[in-house]
Design a protein around this ligand. Structure first.
Ligand SMILES: Nc1ncnc2c1ncn2[C@@H]1O[C@H](COP(=O)(O)OP(=O)(O)O)[C@@H](O)[C@H]1O
Ligand SMILES: [Mg+2]
Length: 268
C-alpha cells in the first residue's frame, strides 16, 4: 500500500512555471512555458541552442523578470533571488576568484554565517565534491573539472533546497563530464535536494533526469515532459545500454529534430 503522506509531499512541485514568456524588444525568445519541477528529484530542461534555456533559468532564479506569466518557488511568487536556491553557471572559470584559495571561494557567499558554522559548511561541501584536502589550492592550480567541482561546492555550501545549473559541464572533456554527472547524481541522492539542470545534450538529459522537459525551437514552448523511470544508482555503462535508456534517448532526439513542432503548438 502506498503511504498517503509521502504521496502528498511528492505531489507538491518545488517550482511552478505558469505561462512564462520572455520578449527582448521585437524578439520573442520564450513563447509560453508551463511546467512543474518536482521536489527531491533531478529535472532536466533540454532544448536546442538559442531556445531560451538560459533565459528561463534567469527568470526562475529571480535574476530577470518574465514578460508574461509567473514562477513560484515553494508556492511563493519569485520576485528576486529566492532563499534556498543556488545556481551553478556554465562558465566556472569566470565564477571563481583566481586570487582566492578554494576554501575562500566556497566560503565567499557565506559572509553572514558565523565563522565556525561557515568553516563547517565549507568542509562539508568540499567533502561532498571530493575536494577535501584541496582547500589550500588556487583555482588556477586546478583542472577544469576540479574548478567546476569548486563551483558546485560553493552552491552546496549555502545548503540549497533547489540547485539550478546552466549547462554545467559544457566546457569540460567527455571523461570529466561523465564523472561530474555521477557526482551530481550521488550528491542529489545524499542530500535529497531538488536539482534543475539545463542542457542541449540529449545523452546528459536522459542520464541525469528523473524528469525531462523538452523545449521546442524558439520561441520555445514545452514539446513534451517525460518521466525517466531508469533505476538508481546509474552508471555510464549499465544505464546507457538499458533498452529503456535507448528508447527514451531516441524519443528525445526525435522531438528535438522535429522542427515543425512550434507551428503545431501555436494554438495552445
Ligand atoms: N539579455 C538579452 N538581450 C537580448 N536578447 C537576449 C538576451 N538574452 C538572450 N537573448 C536572446 O534570447 C534567445 C534565447 O537565448 P538563451 O536564453 O541564451 O538561449 P539558450 O540558453 O537556450 O541557448 C536568443 O535569441 C538570444 O539572442
Ligand atoms: Mg544558454
Amino acid at each position: 500500500m502506498t503511504d498517503p503522506t509521502a504521496q502528498t509531499t511528492s505531489a507538491v512541485p518545488e517550482l511552478q512555471l505558469d505561462r512564462v514568456a520572455k520578449r527582448y524588444g521585437d524578439n520573442l525568445a520564450v513563447r509560453s512555458i508551463t511546467a512543474e519541477i518536482p521536489a527531491h528529484k533531478v529535472s532536466v530542461i533540454v532544448g536546442p541552442s538559442g531556445c531560451g534555456k538560459s533565459t528561463l533559468l534567469r527568470i526562475i532564479s529571480g535574476l530577470d523578470d518574465p514578460s508574461e506569466g509567473s514562477v513560484s518557488f515553494e508556492g511563493q511568487l519569485v520576485t528576486g533571488v529566492p532563499e534556498g536556491l543556488a545556481m551553478v553557471f556554465q562558465d566556472y572559470s569566470r565564477s571563481l576568484y583566481p586570487w582566492m584559495r578554494v576554501d575562500k571561494n566556497v566560503a565567499f557567499p557565506l559572509s553572514k554565517v558565523p565563522k565556525k558554522e561557515r568553516e563547517e559548511r565549507v568542509r562539508e561541501a568540499l567533502e561532498a565534491v571530493g575536494l577535501a584536502g584541496r582547500s589550500h589550492l588556487y583555482p588556477w592550480q586546478m583542472s577544469g573539472g576540479m574548478q567546476q567541482r569548486v563551483a558546485i561546492a560553493r552552491a552546496l555550501a549555502s545548503r540549497p533546497k533547489l540547485l539550478v545549473m546552466d549547462e554545467p559541464y559544457a566546457s569540460v572533456d567527455a571523461q570529466t563530464r561523465g564523472d561530474l554527472e555521477d557526482l551530481l547524481l550521488r550528491i542529489q541522492r545524499q542530500l535529497g535536494i531538488t536539482v534543475l539542470v539545463v542542457t542541449h545534450d540529449i545523452d546528459e538529459s536522459v542520464y541525469l533526469a528523473d524528469h525531462i522537459i523538452v523545449l521546442s525551437t524558439p520561441p520555445s514552448i514545452v514539446a513534451e515532459t517525460i518521466d525517466v523511470d531508469l533505476p538508481h544508482p546509474r552508471d555510464h555503462v549499465t544505464t546507457k545500454t538499458d533498452p529503456r535508456y535507448v528508447e527514451i534517448r531516441s524519443h528525445v532526439t526525435q522531438l528535438l529534430r522535429h522542427r515543425e513542432l512550434r507551428a503545431v503548438e501555436d494554438a495552445s
